[in-house]
Design a protein around this ligand. Sequence first.
Ligand SMILES: [Zn+2]
Length: 361
Amino acid sequence: MGRLIRPFSQSSMALAMLGLASLSAVCAATPATAADETAAPGRALSRCPAPADYASPLVEKLPKKGIRTFDRLERERPLAAHAPVPPGLRGAIRRVELPKGSRKLVALTLDLCEQTGEIAGYDGAIFDYLRRERVKATLFTGGKWMRSHEPRARQLIIDPLFEMANHGWAHRNLRLLTGTGLRDEIVGPQRAYEAVRADLLNDKGLAADQCLSPDASLRVPARIGLFRFPFGACNAAALDAVNDAGLLAIQWDLSTGDPSPTQSARAIADAMIRNAKPGSIIIAHANGRGFNTAAALPIAIPKLRALGFEFVTVSELLAAGRPVIAQSCYDSRPGDTDRYDALFALKPPRPAAPGTIPGAK
Ligand SMILES: [Zn+2]
């Protein structure tokens, strides 16, 4: 399988160098309505949002096809400094090996994929649940998605439960890209993140939003440190490009299968309960293409907690053990995501195999 296990001390030190601290901005207690935030992102709020104010209508979950407003690439901008990922952490991280006898940590990851020619959804019921039950998650977010959902992106960036991560600019297959196209797909989300982050901070680098604590700027990282390949597909050149851009490549060892409309909430929950191991990285979707995910999490998460599992961000999981690293990207078997080459080399994309949704990984 080509997996390598790296020494704990080496990886922890490198993680610290990469600045992968989890977000921990603080909201004040005075509530505001979600409508306030949605209507005017960037202006000061008359009161700060409480968890209940974040609830979203079901219609916000539905992807909208045929909208190209956000297709253009993010403007070039000087980006926060970074160092390439060091040798011990290069490759595709699938899970984390935890020290014997340690806490049963797992990382729930949610992809917010958005391709060109669409505005993907925001599955608010998932985030309502995670906030209500205080479940941490890592959000692999498309750069385009951040721009087309900027009020939601702001909410997620300042929420200490969530770690922001990079899922490409427009969910392109990085195996098919080279040169500037490859770089823009990798760097685009960092540009979008920095633009949104800058809007959260004033010119002194302090929180401009009254709902952030005064030192929130110290705890909203300048850089995203984690990347997930769209479709879970990479090759050696794409892996190198991601690692050279200072991003750890985070894949998964537990697939919920939630992009399939035929995967019931019970089946998603069963996949999580049956397959979770200490150190697992779980993949699901929150862009409206995890069809039954919002119903599955309230089944799976209480059960997993009862079994002793604890949900942490990917960076927290990495800091607790040794990453298990493969030299290729795949879902359950090496090579199984290569099929997306044929599917997405063509315009328009052909339908995927029955029961799957193109672009959902
Ligand atoms: Zn995706």
